[in-house]
Design a protein around this ligand. Structure first.
Ligand SMILES: *[C@@H]1O[C@H](CO)[C@@H](O)[C@H](O)[C@H]1NC(C)=O
Ligand SMILES: *[C@@H]1O[C@H](CO)[C@@H](O)[C@H](O)[C@H]1NC(C)=O
Ligand SMILES: *[C@@H]1O[C@H](CO)[C@@H](O)[C@H](O)[C@H]1NC(C)=O
Ligand SMILES: *[C@@H]1O[C@H](CO)[C@@H](O)[C@H](O)[C@H]1NC(C)=O
Ligand SMILES: *[C@@H]1O[C@H](CO)[C@@H](O)[C@H](O)[C@H]1NC(C)=O
Length: 439
């Protein structure tokens, strides 16, 4: 005690001399990030609250924005998940959309049409108890991602689930969970793949999707889609889809590498983030499992990461395409631990072969290089918080949405602390990197 007192006394005498500055966190790294679009209306991938007076739209007060994808000609599409923001839920009268094309720097239009975004009676079926997702195959219920394939066709991934106004995420009904393909040449639906309840469980949450259209992958020759199930109820795994036959199956179902880690606490802008699983429920650790997904640039390896964890995992795609008797055992045995990536949501790949992921605890984005098995900081910027969705475009830029997801009512203290507008940024890829086209 005496020694400590002496030390403190001498410290207080030694005044810092004027002119000496301490080094500090520079806060910024990598190429400059450019602002591309401000979301004033619905919340992108995810939810959003309508702010502005969007004249042509009836999306009211709240919307969470999530996805972003940029076509070869520069058309941009986003989605607004009703499974993450109750104010994105279509109630049959409010005209809210779950997918939109970005038509200007801050305007949007429902895509592919207002009608397709408007299930009659709304996204939720209140005639069941408890309420369930509506069962329409020809309307969108709750879209979690929009992704362009190598032929520049837009694929819409519908979870079939939506939040009620009190924050309950309703289970899906057959018809809701689906993958819908839209032709950008005529803005028309050209294929709909409805998932059976053995592939998309009622409490699944089909989150993100990647495409490999090479014809030698399956007998049908129609190419393959890989989807993460990020279900907060723990129904995690990888869904594989044969786009030629429309068949789908699961692998790595429920193994620990696809699930959230117990006790996991992410920090964003210095604040610990805890999840509220439903109305009047006690807090839990962020429960979201396998969410971010990316194919290696040669299509041979699939990478994923749970939101509720910091590790990066991968498996050879050959193991996922196999449906033989031992295929699940072989797939589990082939899972690789790629080390820690930090806390992230969506992933991306470029022609450098890098796997990009957000690092929300560092206000940035990093990439994993499979060649030297390390992560490298790509960008940092104080404007970056929850990096939700990423999209590498043919113009050599990585586009990413920043949507304050951790400040939405699903997270402690349960109030909406998001501040509009939400943002779409882009940053130039290293070494002239560009979009990978597996076709
Ligand atoms: C939905 O919008 C209303 C009106 O703007 C707002 O009061 C409410 O907090 C929003 N709810 C959510 C879950 O964001
Ligand atoms: C978007 O913003 C850019 C830069 O401010 C401007 O050059 C462009 O004309 C705007 N585009 C539209 C459609 O408003
Ligand atoms: C609502 O649920 C009932 C009972 O299962 C079913 O008959 C009906 O088709 C459902 N409607 C929609 C739009 O999901
Ligand atoms: C829209 O274009 C696609 C090709 O991109 C074609 O297969 C489809 O038949 C067209 N649909 C309509 C309604 O014109
Ligand atoms: C790994 O590769 C990346 C990309 O080439 C490079 O930037 C990074 O410095 C490498 N890291 C190490 C530790 O070799």
């Amino acid at each position: 005690m005496f020694l400590v007192t002496l030390l403190v006394a001498s410290l207080s005498l030694a005044k810092p001399s004027v002119g000496q500055k301490l080094v500090q966190d520079p806060g910024v790294a990598g190429p400059p990030i450019e602002l591309v679009h401000l979301y004033n209306d619905q919340w992108p991938t995810g939810k959003y609250q309508p702010l502005c007076q969007h004249t042509s739209l009836s999306n009211p007060e709240t919307h969470l924005l999530k996805g972003i994808t940029v076509s070869r000609t520069g058309r941009k599409f986003s989605n607004y998940p009703p499974g993450l923001d109750a104010n994105n839920t279509n109630d049959g009268t409010n005209g809210r959309y779950t997918v939109a094309e970005l038509t200007g720097n801050n305007t949007e239009r429902p895509y592919p049409s207002a009608e397709f975004n408007n299930p009659p009676g709304g996204a939720i079926n209140y005639s069941t108890y408890p309420a369930t997702g509506a069962n329409y195959q020809n309307h969108l219920i709750g879209v979690q991602s929009v992704v362009l394939d190598p032929l520049d066709r837009l694929w819409i991934l519908d979870t079939g689930r939506a939040l009620t106004q009190d924050g309950t995420l309703v289970p899906a009904s057959y018809g809701g969970p689906k993958l819908v393909c839209v032709s950008l040449t005529n803005d028309t639906v050209i294929q709909t793949i409805v998932f059976p309840p053995t592939v998309a469980y009622a409490d699944s949450y089909l989150n993100d999707v990647r495409f490999d259209l090479r014809s030698d992958l399956t007998e049908s020759g129609g190419g393959v889609a890989y989807i993460t199930d990020s279900s907060a109820e723990g129904r995690n795994g990888i869904v594989v889809v044969d786009l030629g036959t429309g068949e789908s199956w699961r692998h790595l179902d429920g193994i620990k590498e696809v699930r959230a880690e117990r006790g996991f606490v992410p920090y964003v802008w210095g604040t610990p983030v805890y999840f509220i699983p439903g109305p009047d429920q006690p807090l839990i650790n962020a429960p979201q499992g396998s969410d971010g997904i990316a194919l290696s640039s040669d299509g041979a390896e699939l990478f994923w990461g749970p939101v509720g964890g910091r590790n990066l995992w991968s498996v050879p795609t050959e193991r996922l395409l196999d449906r033989s008797l031992n295929s699940e055992l072989l797939a589990q045995a082939a899972v690789r631990n790629r080390g820690e990536r930090g806390v992230s949501d969506g992933f991306e790949t470029d022609t450098n072969g890098f796997i990009y992921a957000g690092n929300m605890e560092q206000n940035g984005i990093l990439f994993y290089n499979p060649v030297n098995s390390t992560t490298t900081t790509f960008v940092r910027d104080p404007r970056i918080n929850w990096v939700d969705t990423m999209s590498v475009a043919s113009d050599g830029y990585l586009y990413f949405t920043v949507n304050q997801l951790h400040l939405s009512p699903g997270f402690y203290p349960g109030t909406d602390r998001r501040t509009r507008p939400f943002a779409l940024f882009r940053a130039q890829l290293p070494n002239k990197g560009s979009r990978v086209l597996l076709v």
